[in-house]
Ligand binder design. Structure first.
Ligand code: PKZ
Length: 220
């Protein structure tokens, strides 16, 4: 295998591909607060044992809010540009289900660029529950997919996941800070080999090996 650890391409600007871009620091505080509130609402709805009158009142209020918010919707594919702690920029889909800034279904995960890849911490509530008290295996795979994809994008250039193998080593607990990390191991033409890990209390609970295929933007 040809191993190339050099960055392989300039980070592309999605505007050149017809995708709208929002600057992360221009997302209104009110929207960030709403996203957080809806996240809490999903958790509350998932777990409530409130009486019928309270449920009917909440249902009517939520439906009315849906109508007001849907009056002004973003374009599908809207991207967000965020500057990471080390000053590098990353583009991501604004509603990305694992890390989208405006998506209340996404856990509050911020991956930071570190040498060779990315890392971040997230704590999950019962919205992400599979077995009692534990994170759903599909979400574990989703977190790892995001981490390996993000590592590949910041270390090389954006790509698609072609292969993702997840090894579930230990149950991954809810309500516990989870350390998510991914590192690019090698590249070969458009192929990027990446590994990822999730740790709880310093112990690996799940790990992944992935193959990302870079989008052929500069290569024509
Ligand atoms: C505009 C700006 C945007 C910015 C954006 C920023 C994003 C910032 C971070 C995002 C982070 C997101 C993280 C989540 C990432 C997802 O969730 S992606 C969604 C899930 N994945 C998919 O839906 C992929 C579906 N599959 C496909 O679209 C296509 O099969 C692929 C993967 C793009 C490859 O197709 P292709 O481009 O035609 O590639 P192809 O020429 O056939 O193959 C290229 C090489 O890869 C190899 N290969 C291809 N597929 C495979 C495979 N499955 N197994 C083994 N080898 C393979 C080939 O053998 C070939 O190897 P070499 O000949 O070079 O040795």
């Amino acid at each position: 295998m040809t191993v190339n650890t050099q960055p392989v391409a300039e980070r592309p600007d999605p505007r050149a591909y017809g995708l709208p871009v929002v600057e992360q620091d221009q997302i209104p505080d009110e929207l960030r607060s709403l996203v957080d509130g809806v996240r809490n609402l999903v958790d509350a709805v998932s777990n409530t044992e409130a009486d019928s009158a309270t449920l009917a009142e909440a249902d009517a209020a939520v439906r009315a809010l849906n109508d007001r918010l849907n009056a002004a919707r973003r374009e599908v594919g809207t991207m967000v540009r965020r500057t990471m702690g080390d000053g590098t920029d990353e583009f991501g889909t604004i509603t990305n289900v694992v890390a989208g800034t405006t998506n209340p279904a996404a856990p509050p995960l911020d991956l930071e660029h570190v040498e060779g890849g990315v890392q971040g911490t997230v704590t999950l509530n019962t919205t992400y529950q599979g077995p009692p008290g534990l994170v759903h295996g599909g979400w574990i795979a989703a977190l790892l997919d995001q981490a390996v994809g993000s590592a590949s994008a910041v270390e090389t250039s954006p790509g698609m996941t072609a292969k993702l193998e997840v090894n579930y080593r230990q149950p991954t607990p809810l309500f516990t800070p989870l350390e998510i990390s991914a590192r690019v191991r090698s590249t070969e033409r458009r192929k990027v080999y990446v590994t990822g890990q999730i740790r709880a209390h310093g112990q690996v609970t799940a790990e992944a090996e992935a193959l990302m295929i870079r989008i052929p933007m500069d290569e024509g």
